[in-house]
Design a protein around this ligand. Structure first.
Ligand code: 6AU
Length: 475
């Protein structure tokens, strides 16, 4: 046995002795039984072994080029990364699992420069998803990630998935090698080796489920090409309207008089994909407003969108959505909802009486200065959205939060020359919100409603927004 192999073999046996690798019958996180269980967390209790590991990894990283920094995948590989950093003198950065403060959005701790090459360090790789999560944040912070060194490759397809995402994995040990060493050292027998091999062969990770996050896809694909990705019928309809009318403009008809709303709808109708209302601000509301409004929407081919921002227990939302004077569910195909109250709100909207085709824009971020939404809330909102694909049309946000081409990003706070109002509203220009903030649909209220010629203003916004979108998908 070569010197290196002897070291690895001894190391494998030590891992076995400290129960970092166990053989028997164990339940995995997803509930299936596995004959091999790896828990490298215990290694922190064995500093000598940690040092050996750091030496082995250090030898491994010599063949890898362009390493300016190291980053251990949280949490198990954090101390391992530290040990390697101490051994090699290569500085380290740390990725937070949750940003500590939304305002500073500091996901990566430590000093680094844009373009620095960062080597990933991980303990065990099954699918490679934890590495990819870390890579996503590092790349988002401007670092380059091309390689990962890992202690153990479980040989369940993770290396291929990582490769498909531009990351080359260098493993100290594959599980087959580990078992070979342990068998030679009489820690396990042939029957166990066979059992583990069979188990691994039958539990290969489907590489399709971890395909590279389509980061570019939503922002680079044309609306037409995104249609097949939609799961909600109103989203499909919206994309069709946007493509055929060449508009991403949604006018916020925040007017308090029925006649003014109808006049506005008539004037801006040819230039918009949706008309957004706050129906509860209309002084003279009567259900008679709805028939002509629907007629204008049908004639000009745009969608009626009530910005109700539901945020209550499910039962109350169900009533607010379908009952009362407004009976929103009977005329607004689109509504907004806060994620604050969780699933109940979405279940209520899904199950209430009303129009068959309905969709929700879920609020993930707000344009209001000093709002209380933080990064953890945003993440949870995205997760909630994923759980209701057939109901969620997209997200209301100020930043590109999703790469899913089937979801639409609706962004309010848009004006050409104004930066804010006196009540905390914050504005960006139409170009910025499309090119930098990732908006698919732009909500413009006062920029149009307060203009002397709303039709002219709407056409202007529509053209600027459309041009920005064309530039975005061309890039
Ligand atoms: O262009 P404005 O400022 O006149 O109007 C913006 C419109 C208003 C707000 O209620 C709404 O956009 N809005 C929304 C939503 C969901 O549309 C979310 C948000 O974060 N900020 C915001 O202004 O009708």
């Amino acid at each position: 046995m070569s010197n290196e192999n002897t070291k690895l073999s001894n190391f494998a046996v030590e891992l076995f002795k400290i129960n970092a690798v166990k053989f028997g019958e164990y339940k995995t996180k997803v509930g299936i039984m596995t004959p091999v269980y790896c828990d490298l967390r215990v290694i922190v209790s064995y500093p000598k072994l940690m040092l050996t590991l750091a030496e082995l990894l250090t030898e491994k990283l010599h063949s890898i080029k362009n390493i300016d920094l190291l980053c251990g995948v949280p949490y198990t590989a954090l101390p391992i990364g530290t040990a390697v950093s101490l051994k090699t003198g290569i500085p380290m950065v740390m990725r937070r699992k949750e940003a500590k403060d939304y305002g500073t959005k500091k996901l990566i701790e430590g000093f680094y420069k844009e373009g620095d090459g960062c080597l990933i360090i991980e303990d065990v790789v099954t699918s490679g998803s934890s590495i990819l999560e870390t890579v996503n944040d590092l790349v988002g912070a401007g670092l380059k990630c091309t390689d990962a060194i890992v202690l153990l490759n479980r040989e369940q397809g993770g290396d291929k998935i990582l490769e498909g995402n531009g990351i080359k994995m260098h493993a100290l040990l594959t599980i087959s090698e580990l078992m070979q060493y342990l068998k030679n050292a009489k820690c396990i027998d042939d029957a166990m080796v066979k059992k583990v091999q069979d188990y691994l062969a039958s539990t290969q990770v489907d590489s399709n489920i971890l395909k590279k996050d389509p980061v570019e896809d939503r922002l680079k694909l044309s609306f037409e090409k995104r249609i097949p990705f939609t799961k909600n019928l109103v989203a499909t309809e919206l994309l069709k309207i946007m493509s055929s009318k060449q508009t991403t403009l949604c006018v916020a008809a925040d007017l308090t008089n029925s006649t003014d709303i109808l006049n506005l709808a008539e004037q801006v109708g040819p230039h918009i994909c949706a008309l957004k209302t706050h129906i509860d601000i209309v002084d003279d509301f009567h259900e008679n407003l709805l028939k002509p409004l629907k007629e204008i929407a049908d004639r000009h081919n745009f969608i009626l969108f009530e910005d109700r921002k539901f945020a209550d227990i499910g039962k109350t939302v169900e009533l607010q959505y379908s009952k009362g004077v407004y009976k929103i569910s009977s005329w607004a195909k689109l509504v907004t909802a806060h994620s604050l109250c969780g699933k109940g709100v979405l279940d209520a909207i899904k199950g209430a009486e009303g129009l068959e085709n309905r969709g929700v824009f879920l609020l993930a971020e707000l344009s209001a200065a000093g709002n209380l939404i933080d990064e953890a809330y945003v993440k949870k909102t995205l997760k909630l959205a994923e759980e209701y694909p057939e109901l969620i049309v997209g997200l209301v946000s100020q930043n590109p939060l999703t790469n899913n081409p089937g979801l639409l990003q609706l962004t309010p706070g848009v004006q050409i020359d104004t930066k804010s109002d006196n009540l905390g509203q914050q504005y960006n220009s139409p170009e910025i919100i499309v090119l930098e903030k990732g908006a698919d649909i732009a909500v413009v209220g006062r920029g149009i409603t307060q203009s002397n010629q709303p039709a002219v203003a709407a056409l202007n916004y529509k053209n600027i927004l459309w041009q920005a979108y064309l530039n975005r998908i061309k890039q």
